[in-house]
Design a protein around this ligand. Structure first.
Ligand code: FE
Length: 284
């Protein structure tokens, strides 16, 4: 087996999006436009409601999947298909926008912090105009592995040591794990060789790579783009550490993106905008 090493370490950029939500962005920046099939990686976290309360009022999506995973606080959502609900602490929402939805995502002012992630995963050309769908999984239904050393691994999607993730039947065949390691704890997982893989460190410091040859510990917050290989090894350096591990099959297709639309050609983007103006964006 070949172990994956760190290819690039990306420092998240402070950006403002929606109606004025301040967040940390690691993918969809001048530094890293995309990491096929990942199109965006946002980390929001603040104790100050002014940083997030404006939220993301009604907006469209087409051609992608948006994946929202909350650690603390909650986001209320409602959409053009008639769905509505709350994504609370520990919950995941995997939304396949397909041919198009209009939705709003409004963080609720809570007693504590707002903390969470949104990533966008690309859809292949043949599924870009597919029927929109959701997988909403409450925290209690996300399998959690607790090891004797105190490590805790939530299997959001994919598989870990025979435990299947909560989110199923996603085209990109993703792995999405939330890994909390105690001081000195280590983590090992086979990752399909042809998959793009990344690790987002959001607490503590993490070492990645073969023992003895690992790169220097990387401190949160940092997105690590992993190089080729079929095995991932990570260790908590210093104190406890927590990270997301994501992998998925790349598409190798042309990308035309404009805000919340990601298609294969500029013509398809113009079509989406024209349909939005004409009121024919949402398909039955
Ligand atoms: Fe959205």
């Amino acid at each position: 087996m070949t172990e994956r090493a760190i290819d690039r370490a990306i420092t998240p950029q402070a950006v403002s999006d929606g109606a004025g939500v301040r967040l940390r962005r690691s993918i969809a920046t001048p530094q890293l436009d995309h990491l096929d099939p990942f199109l965006l990686f946002d980390h929001f976290g603040s104790e100050d409601p002014d940083d997030y309360v404006a939220g993301f009022p009604m907006h469209p999506h087409r051609g992608i999947e948006t994946v929202t995973y909350m650690l603390d606080g909650s986001v209320e959502h409602r959409d053009s298909l008639g769905n509505s609900g709350t994504i609370g602490a520990g919950d995941i929402q995997w939304m396949t926008a397909g041919s198009g939805i209009l939705h709003e995502e409004m963080p609720r002012v809570g007693p504590r912090r707002l903390d969470g992630f949104q990533i966008w995963v690309n859809l292949p050309a043949r599924l870009k105009m597919s029927r929109p769908r959701y997988q909403d999984v409450p925290a209690a239904r996300i399998p959690e592995i607790t090891r004797p050393d105190g490590a805790r691994i939530r299997v959001v999607a994919g598989e870990m040591e025979g435990t299947a993730g909560a989110v199923r039947e996603i085209e990109a065949d993703p792995q999405y794990l939330d890994v909390a390691l105690p001081a000195g704890g280590s983590f090992e997982l086979p990752v399909p060789r042809d998959h793009t893989a990344l690790l987002y460190v959001f607490e503590g410091q993490v070492e990645v790579g073969p023992p003895g040859k690992a790169a220097r510990p990387v401190e949160a917050p940092r997105l690590l783009v992993l190089g080729k290989g079929d095995l991932l090894r990570a260790r908590a350096a210093g104190g406890a550490a927590r990270f997301l591990l994501l992998s998925a099959r790349p598409l190798h297709e042309p990308i035309a993106r404009y805000g919340p639309f990601v298609m294969n050609t500029e013509g398809e983007i113009r079509e989406a905008l024209a349909e939005l103006r004409a009121g024919t964006f949402i398909k039955a």
